[in-house]
Ligand binder design. Structure first.
Ligand SMILES: O=C(CO)[C@H](O)[C@H](O)COP(=O)(O)O
Ligand SMILES: [Fe+2]
Length: 216
């Protein structure tokens, strides 16, 4: 836990705007990570020095409702989940919202954006998986670019002229050499794991990524 906190503080110091917290349950995905108590300790630690940095919880778990309650209580700013992983998508989104979190649906490479059709009003984040969920360090699936563009079109059609903000977050295989293309397709929020962790100089990588998408 100390190492997780240190690493999160190091990437924040290096310029990361959010902490993306991958929750895997060895059921929905074949891997196992952390539960709400680890998130609660991290949130408590970050609140001391970085109160404005949100923890973005990505649930790769099935079912989701109890974990939505647990992570909302643990200090998650946003909670995203996979629509196939809950019986009642609308109810799970409403639950996360009612508990004060931003909400989002996550779309695997082969999952259609059709799920958005009747719940867009309950969504703050459309998260496009550009790898199959369960592991860091995989290669970006190029077909995701078309889906990002499709999500951008949906947002531009539905949200244009309103004061709502829906983000398009891309998760998996985001690197310095593809981030500009991902942004051009319509993404505005980028998850980077292996591109940063394990490198010597986090700030240099994050700067390069931000420069590539025209952000400071
Ligand atoms: O949800 C995930 C995998 O299921 C991760 O967020 C994602 O893979 C990030 O790691 P990397 O940047 O190394 O692909
Ligand atoms: Fe993730």
């Amino acid at each position: 836990m100390a190492a997780l906190g240190d690493e999160c503080e190091a990437v924040i110091e290096a310029g990361a705007d959010w902490i993306h917290f991958d929750v895997m349950d060895n059921h929905y995905v074949p891997n196992l990570t952390f539960g709400p108590p680890v998130c609660a300790s991290l949130a408590k630690r970050l609140a001391r020095s970085y109160p404005d940095v949100p923890i973005d919880v990505h649930l790769m778990c099935e079912p989701v409702d109890d974990l939505i309650r647990g992570f909302a209580d643990a200090g998650a700013a946003s909670i995203t989940f996979h629509p196939e992983a809950t019986r009642h998508v609308d109810r799970s989104l409403a639950l996360a919202r009612d508990l004060g979190c931003k909400t989002g649906l996550v779309f695997n490479p082969a999952t259609s954006l059709e799920w958005l059709k009747y719940v867009l009003d309950k969504i703050d984040i459309i998260q496009i998986m550009s790898v199959n969920p369960g592991f860091g360090g995989q290669s970006f699936i190029d077909e995701s670019l078309g889906k990002i563009a499709e999500a951008r079109e949906i947002i531009d059609t539905v949200v244009a002229g309103t004061d709502r903000e829906i983000r398009i977050e891309v998760d998996g295989g985001v690197k310095i050499d593809n981030i500009a293309q991902i942004a051009d397709a319509g993404a505005d929020t980028f998850v980077a794991g292996s591109a940063i962790f394990g490198q010597d100089d986090y700030a240099r990588i994050i700067d390069q990524m931000k420069n590539a998408v025209g952000r400071d």
